[in-house]
Write a protein of this length. Structure first.
Length: 305
């Protein structure tokens, strides 16, 4: 990074580049916000907590700035297993490495879990409060008093109410955050949208379909491992294993006559073809690996680092 010098009349404003962590408790809409800001889906979304388990980087390049957003897992206040501890480490590590923080909460709601996230923010962090889901407020007159209440909770650099799902006021968030970034040259190319590999994105998109299509039958005891990823011209050949914790879970994922797994695979393949702009051959099977979510070595082998 270079040191900032004020622009003089007639000069263009200096280019700004910075890393921005998107943090908050589970299910406040962090991944939806990231996808909306960069204009493409790279971070998976579902209504279940723990959908995001890894840090996912999204890149927004403008003429005078480059934002490198880091979508973090929802901060877990109940340390039940190694997976939860891993996700919380991911959050705290991201906070130590960024220039700016988007702290996301739901409009009209600020509870103990939100406070616990706020408490882990570095004392010297520049923080923008993002009040999401304003479209879901039944009584819109509650918004201004809520903003006033939140302004006394922490010295936020900016407070921006918005709806990530509807796209309302998201541009204003980016505009308000831009002056808070340090002056510096772009880190990524102008067309880059993420630094994550296609292999990683394939595992995430498949895991999203598992979360969405299995309902509450199999909430958290599963993950995805890409065992082989080949690119032949414009064709991606992807071989993936769904890892479940118990043998009884295997049948739930596969479904009667294999119909459930076929549907999961088909919907994931369609989304991956849109993402990669090319044909995808996707083969998926199910493996049992008991205790994987509480085994540090297993987590590392599955890409949780």
């Amino acid at each position: 990074m270079i040191s900032e010098s004020p622009a003089t009349p007639g000069q263009d404003a200096p280019f700004r580049t910075g890393f921005v962590a998107i943090v908050g408790r589970p299910n406040v809409g962090k991944s939806t916000l990231l996808n909306r800001m960069i204009g493409q889906k790279i971070s998976i979304v579902s209504r279940k907590a723990q959908t995001t388990r890894h840090r996912v980087t999204g890149i927004l390049s403008q003429e005078d700035a480059q934002f490198v957003f880091v979508d973090t897992p929802g901060f877990q206040t109940k340390h039940r297993n190694a997976l939860n501890r891993n996700m919380n480490r991911s959050v705290t590590q991201a906070l130590a490495e960024v220039d700016l923080v988007f702290f996301v909460i739901e409009a009209g709601r600020f509870g103990d879990d939100d406070r616990k996230v706020l408490q882990v923010l570095p004392a010297d962090a520049k923080v923008v409060l993002v009040i999401n889901k304003v479209d879901r407020l039944d009584d819109k007159s509650r918004l201004l008093p809520f903003i006033g209440e939140m302004s006394g909770v922490f010295p936020f650099a900016e407070i921006v109410p918005l709806s990530a799902e509807k796209g309302q006021n998201v541009d204003q968030l980016v505009k308000a955050a831009k002056p808070l970034l340090p002056v510096g040259e772009p880190i990524f190319g102008p067309d880059d949208i993420t630094d994550r590999s296609e292999r990683f994105l394939a595992s995430e998109f498949l895991r999203e379909k598992l979360f969405r299509l299995l309902g509450d039958e199999l909430p958290y005891g599963m993950t995805v491992e890409i065992e082989k990823f080949e690119t032949v011209g414009n064709l991606r050949r992807i071989f993936a294993a769904v890892i479940v914790d118990r043998a009884s879970h295997k049948g739930i994922v596969i479904g009667r006559n294999g119909e459930q797994l076929k549907r999961i695979s088909s919907e994931a393949r369609v989304e991956l073809e849109k993402l990669f702009d090319g044909k995808v051959y996707l083969e998926v099977w199910v493996k049992v690996k008991s205790g994987w979510a509480d085994d540090e070595r297993a987590l590392k082998s599955l890409g949780y680092d």
